[in-house]
Design a protein around this ligand. Structure first.
Ligand code: DAK
Length: 258
């Protein structure tokens, strides 16, 4: 299906979703937001896809929510039609592995969406920020919560209160991104990571993701309990048998997602 604000391509178990509103630096308008949620919903049940890459252009991953659409909104307009709450959360709710490949600006909602992905690979020109305070508001799609969990209170306060941007090197040092690569190697690096993931057992990768995400919602003891149960449950899969047989037989495993 063709989208107006996204380019969606598939290659070897990986789907790449490229945000595509270059003139507005990929500002997240309602149309883009709804198309993104629709694309992810389709991928959720696409058996050929084991990993998704969410990316933008070399200049901007996304410069935030579309301020031109937001400026005249009222409280009830936001509350009754909570487009962002409803549809951006589709990224956080997505059950398969999803990588954000970020070059250029990831600001406001752009930074929030990148943080909803499982991990972020950044080009060396990436700039992360929650500059909403400059607009007379604050982050509204998880920025105050996810950024704080990623980089700690001091840096989250600094970024949300001053609105300053964080470069790629600082973002890696602070734990916001998993790796930084030259921007012209960004997609190649993200694709290589995504293909590696897509060739694993999908249910095992999904349970791994679910378990790591659980660590943000539980006590340590509950999280470890959850991990142990899922680890034990993995022994009910063919893929556990295949993975361990392949190791002992010194061959590459062939996972069937069963
Ligand atoms: N919205 C709309 N248009 C944008 C935009 C944005 N966020 N960012 C850039 N653009 C447009 C510019 O207006 C300009 O369009 P024209 O004037 O050419 O028509 C074009 O993109 C190029 O931008 P610039 O000329 O400004 O380019 P520069 O290289 O000079 O500057 C910049 C790049 C990224 C530093 C600058 O564009 C900038 O500061 N952009 C705004 C960044 C920002 O403040 N982002 C936060 C947006 S607020 C919610 C939850 C969450 C949210 C909302 C609701 N609910 C639960 C209800 C989230 C809010 C946000 O994200």
């Amino acid at each position: 299906m063709a989208y107006k604000t996204l380019e969606v391509t598939k290659d070897g178990g990986v789907c790449t979703i490229k945000l595509n509103r270059p003139k507005a630096l990929n500002a997240l308008c309602n149309e883009l937001t709804m198309e993104l949620a629709e694309a992810l919903a389709k991928l959720e049940t696409d058996d050929a896809i084991g990993c998704v890459i969410l990316t933008g252009s070399d200049k901007a991953f996304a410069a935030g929510a579309d301020i031109k659409e937001l400026q005249d909104k009222t409280f009830l307009g936001q509350y009754d039609h909570d487009v962002f709450g409803l549809y951006w959360e589709a990224v956080a709710r997505f059950r398969k592995p999803i990588i954000a490949a970020v070059a250029g600006y990831a600001l406001g909602g752009g930074c929030e969406i990148a943080m909803m992905c499982d991990f972020i690979i950044a080009g060396d020109n990436a700039k992360f920020g929650q500059p909403e305070i400059n607009l007379g508001v604050m982050p509204g799609a998880g920025g105050t919560q996810r950024l704080t969990r990623a980089v700690g209170k001091s840096k989250a306060m600094d970024m949300c209160l001053t609105g300053r941007m964080m470069g790629a090197e600082e973002a890696e040092r602070s734990g916001l991104v998993s790796r930084v690569v030259p921007v012209d190697e960004l997609m190649e690096t993200a694709m290589s990571a995504a293909k590696k993931i897509a060739h694993q057992s999908l249910p095992i990768a999904m349970m791994t993701k679910e378990t790591i995400n659980t660590s943000f919602e539980t006590t340590l003891a509950q999280g470890i309990h959850f991990e142990r149960r899922l680890f034990q449950a993995m022994f009910a899969t063919n893929d556990q048998k295949e993975g361990m047989s392949a190791f002992t037989e010194k061959r590459t495993p062939h996972f069937t997602n069963k």
